[in-house]
Design a protein around this ligand. Sequence first.
Ligand SMILES: Nc1ncnc2c1ncn2[C@@H]1O[C@H](COP(=O)(O)OP(=O)(O)OP(=O)(O)O)[C@@H](O)[C@H]1O
Length: 362
Amino acid sequence: MERFERQIILPELGREGQQKLKMAKVLVAGAGGLGCPAILYLAAAGVGTIGIADGDQVEASNLNRQVLFGFNNIGSSKAAAAAKFISERYPDTQVNVYDRFLTVENIPKILPFYDIVIDGTDSFATRYMLNDASVLFGKPLVYGAIYRYEGQIALFNTGKGSANYRDLFPKIPDSGEIANCSEAGVLGVLPGIFGTLQATEAIKWITGIGELLINKVLFCNLKNHSFYEIDLVPSNEAQKNRPATLEVFLKTDYSVNCQTVSDIGWNEALESSNPKSSVFIDIREPDEIPRWSNSQCLEIPYGELEEKAELFSEETSIFLFCQHGIRSRPAAVELRKTLKRNNIYSVTGGVEHPDSPVKQLI
Ligand SMILES: Nc1ncnc2c1ncn2[C@@H]1O[C@H](COP(=O)(O)OP(=O)(O)OP(=O)(O)O)[C@@H](O)[C@H]1O
């Protein structure tokens, strides 16, 4: 009781609210930038059972924001490392570890056990899959997403008339349209703020405190301190592609809907390329430096790419690169669509990547 004294004295929470938290079961999908702070504050607040699902391992580049991990965790399962962190500090929290990615096959066995789910994942395929599962199993979903200095959060699927992810994004974007943290970068505190807001929304839903973000999306931009909300109107039209039954859900291949572009690293691209059957194309503007003088590399700025790419035979693999790998991704998506073939790649990290031959020449 002493551990929760400061929140029990909150008039709206009290012993009753604390008991509700103790009885609550929250599933956190993804123990990454959003998931880590969410898990930490849920446990600190006294949520009785937390499920942590993630099939990934800790990398050094995660440490600026995934605050449950340190250098000693590099290479370990994120779900197991997060669970260890929590169990050591809050032995009164029951932690269930799912050290695997959530999929259409495993989520029907996991989700029904929980009261609410927090989405801390980073792929469209998973976001739509989690959303559709939460509707099918009648579980509220706390949505959160971040980009560079901005983020958004909402509470979906709390019952009849409550909007879900498909009302916010009816059309699944091509994965290349929007960069993720590894391409766009992220200030570590941003997922800290949004993961904590997600935990807050879950705690409010469990205890019945305050107003919930139902049919609303909250946005925040850290650069100019703007916090604002928009209304979200549920629509039947947005729901037409959502599997209506468990049977259809189990057969849905979410990764097919999210068209993926094969990103390729410099080392793999260089190894698999050969002058007769592949070409590297620098899609930057001519004044961008450093340049790569290599017989296998052509310089075709993004704007001229579509018309000139017709010149390459179907067998030629095309490796597109730019400064950081941000423009080459949508360029590869567009070119794959135009030329109707898949042997077109975006080289991860562009010329600024440490493995890039251009960087190594400097
Ligand atoms: N289907 C899924 N089930 C469970 N966890 C998932 C699923 N898809 C993605 N995740 C996890 O969501 C987390 C998202 O974290 P975050 O956005 O911070 O990115 P990251 O993948 O850890 O790092 P980076 O994008 O920099 O490589 C990751 O740990 C990832 O493994």
